[in-house]
Design a protein around this ligand. Structure first.
Ligand SMILES: [Zn+2]
Length: 328
């Protein structure tokens, strides 16, 4: 990276691992007979792979950060429904949605049959058409702007194929597909030439619009727990043993003891409280903590909060994580 680039960088929302951490926490605490476990496991594996692909694409889109406002991994609520966008870039001329796709092997767009298939060497499989999906997102984003009483802006969508070894094939109108789909390395060039081709429209105040979207995004914060219809009572409380993963360590003389393997830990509650913040509630009080960790004293709960350097919220007498918190 060039020195000094960071100063005018405008990636105002960075991709993070929160969703993956939520999946991980959920899988470690969901009651073992829950009907959604298999679905969660396969979605978690897919999301993990997706995250790696998205990071690969970030590397290329970074070069546009000096001139555009970029938001990664957006969640917006439109018409009561959640909308997720991998990347949104806003320039003075337009907004660009860049969706990331991980496909191994060969992908084929058939423009006549409106069909999209992938062949990974062993079998051919049909998928939801990525361009139609992206077009739908574009319409939803326009709808969101309207909901927010913001003026409409030109929106373009692109599909970034994250794995450079994926072979992209087209049957039919090649140009039509090539305008939208390519390997990640070529997406910045496509966005730039699209931007250069546009002149004459009133310039968009992209920083201001980006900030508005970011605020809305924070309100739409969602948990995968809700998406799968998981109830709080399906999430098992307790402290995991760091050695054998047994859920149900006991607090004895200021330390955690595993009744199964006899391992002791001074810090095992930290993981448990992080799980609580990820899955149940971003804030906690003494009673919640006593229930979740299985301890009988509010004094201990308080001591644990302080030892983790959690922040106290006076208004509702609850505690929450902050940058200063000690979580490891
Ligand atoms: Zn153990």
């Amino acid at each position: 990276m060039i020195a000094g680039k960071k100063e005018n960088e405008m990636i105002i929302k960075k991709r993070n691992k929160t969703e993956l951490e939520q999946f991980e926490a959920l899988l470690s605490r969901l009651r073992p007979d829950h009907p959604k476990i298999r679905e969660l496991e396969s979605d978690f594996a897919r999301r993990k792979k997706g995250y790696i692909g998205e990071k690969q694409v970030d590397y290329f889109l970074d070069e546009l950060a000096a001139e555009m406002t970029i938001l990664q991994d957006l969640n917006l609520s439109v018409d009561g429904k959640n909308m997720q966008i991998d990347n949104l870039l806003i320039s003075r001329q337009a907004a660009y949605i860049v969706e990331v796709k991980n496909y191994s092997g060969t992908i084929l767009f058939d423009t006549e049959l409106q069909q999209f298939t992938r062949d990974d060497g062993s079998r051919e499989k049909g998928f939801r058409h990525p361009i139609q999906q992206a077009e739908l997102q574009k319409q939803r984003l326009q709808a969101w702007l309207q909901e927010m009483n913001l003026p409409p802006i030109p929106i373009y969508c692109f599909i970034a194929v994250s794995d450079p070894s994926t072979i992209i094939k087209v049957e039919g109108e090649r140009e039509h597909i090539a305008r939208v789909v390519s390997h990640a390395a070529y997406i910045p060039g496509k966005i730039k030439s699209q931007a250069d081709a546009m002149t004459g429209n009133a310039p968009i105040q992209h920083q201001k619009l980006g900030a508005t979207i970011l605020r809305a995004c924070k309100q739409a914060r969602h948990l995968p727990v809700l998406r799968y219809g998981i109830q709080t009572q399906d999430i098992l409380p307790g402290v995991h043993c760091p050695a054998c993963r047994y859920l149900g360590m006991e607090r004895i003389y200021g330390t955690w003891l595993c009744p199964k393997c006899n391992r002791k830990s001074k810090v095992a509650h930290k993981r448990a409280l992080l799980d609580y913040f990820l899955l149940v509630n971003p804030t906690i009080n003494n009673a919640d903590c006593m229930q979740f960790l299985g301890i009988s004293s509010a004094t201990i709960a308080n001591r644990l909060f302080k030892s983790m350097n959690l922040t106290y919220i006076k208004e509702n007498r609850r505690w929450t994580l902050s940058k200063r918190s000690v979580v490891k």
